[in-house]
Design a protein around this ligand. Sequence first.
Ligand code: C2O
Length: 573
Amino acid sequence: MGRQLLVAVVVSLLCVALAADAAVVERIFHVKNLTISRLCERRVITAVNGSIPGPTLKVFEGDTVVVHVINDSPYNITIHWHGIFQKRSAWADGPNMITQCPIRPGNKYVYKFNVTEQEGTLWWHAHVSYLRATVYGALVIRPRHARSYPFPKPYREVPILLGEWWNGNVVDVEKQAFLSGGSLSNISDAFTINGSPGHLYKCSKNHAYELEVVAGETYLLRIINAAVNNQLFFKIAGHNFTVVAVDASYTNPYQTDVVVIAPGQTVDALITADAPPSSYYMAARAYASAGLYGPPFDNTTTTAILRYANSGGRSLPASMPSMPAFDDTPTAHRFYTNLTGLLRPETPAVPLHVDERMFVTFGLGVGACEPSQVLCNRSRGAVTASMNNVSFQFPTSISLLEAHYKGLDDGVYTSDFPDDPPVMFDFTNAKLNTDPALTALLSAQKGTRLKKVKYGATVEMVLQNTAMIGAENHPLHLHGFNFFVLAQGFGNYNATAATGGYNLVDPQVRNTIAVPLRGWAVIRFVANNPGVWIMHCHLEQHLPLGLAMAFEVEDGTTPESVLPPPPSDFPTC
Ligand code: C2O
């Protein structure tokens, strides 16, 4: 090899190495109409780059992401990078009217952020109305040094996006729910795996996702629950999972034959193709925690195919996994509580000193129908939702983050979200809703109230699920941070009994916690990220009802702890 060539080769290898150290990943997301056939109907949906799911964003830890979102759809759009910390880039977080005004039809916005100190599977989705039903995709963060997984390097990595499908226009579905005061529940028509419903639905013979595997090899499934309103059970006939991460945080390996996953959550699971070479169904269907006598839910099953290479024929799989019952809370609880965090040298320890203690009740209630809710049953009232009896209202003229940054909070929000509910009561006793003393609690106060915390403060939240009108498991998602899950249980939280059981050594680390129905969870996080961060139920139907609150994290005193100004193309209202 000539000397010059050798130099060129060395230089280019060096560039590759450097690029792997910190690259800029730049993409264009074109949001526009897509005509698509599903379940015997031709439909126009909103999608990114002409596909559902949209493109998988693949990055290495340490990279900078630049996504040009061009909105050629008829709707207001924002994109949220679910689980990304957004350190000092709160302007790119994406929730509508929380960190930005929406991108209007015909406009664009460049989301720019660094991906640091997190690895694994996350995802992106629209964060305005129900549009995330069709506007979503995977966000895969691989270790900067490609071989440093804390488990044997898999032969292949495969995103498995679980979705939810309506035959109707999803923006209209949401409007209908609002106008009826939450009583028209408009359940979905199908679930999907990587965009396809699978063979159990009409006109879906050719709409099943297929994964071909090589016998003996191990695959990393990056499972994402992108469904809108349903937690899901996921199984593969004849195969077991080893869970190695959730919500882009490594776990101690956990063996299971069923994955339970709430909207917003992710599960990284290894499977080995060690069954007799053949075809097997994978399947997902609802974990309907409110039970069979609760509100109606989509009870259909989505399937995909796991096919061994060279196993002959294209015949349909012989075996279907046997799914847990829809209301199998013990199975869900076993999965959710058996996970522990993997300790590595770089894993942050659980902070033992707590600066801010919050006891937050949350759940559904009833309130008066609003005048605009023209289909609302005036005598029964409207379904509402609240946290500490505050039913969250989105601002309409300016985003919370911009108001916070510019000191324009007057008339937009108040920094007085309560640390406790107004009264203590028997939270998980469903009979209480007939007690007149609790009428005030049932109809929560509307408000845009934020919890203000100092930069770097450690916050502990006891999240107490209530049963005032119906009880169900709510997946609560916190933007901007991961949190440690110290404990979970059923019934009313009792500090004396619970604190002894806190896992302060290797708790699971998450961004979305499915709080048990008639139960509670305790989480802890360090508010080391200045900005405004929403915490909300990731069952989309509960967000407009008010099942949300937000943290206002002040700037710190060092340059690295100050929120920079908004980018020049920041959308205004
Ligand atoms: Cu996955 Cu606030 O969202």
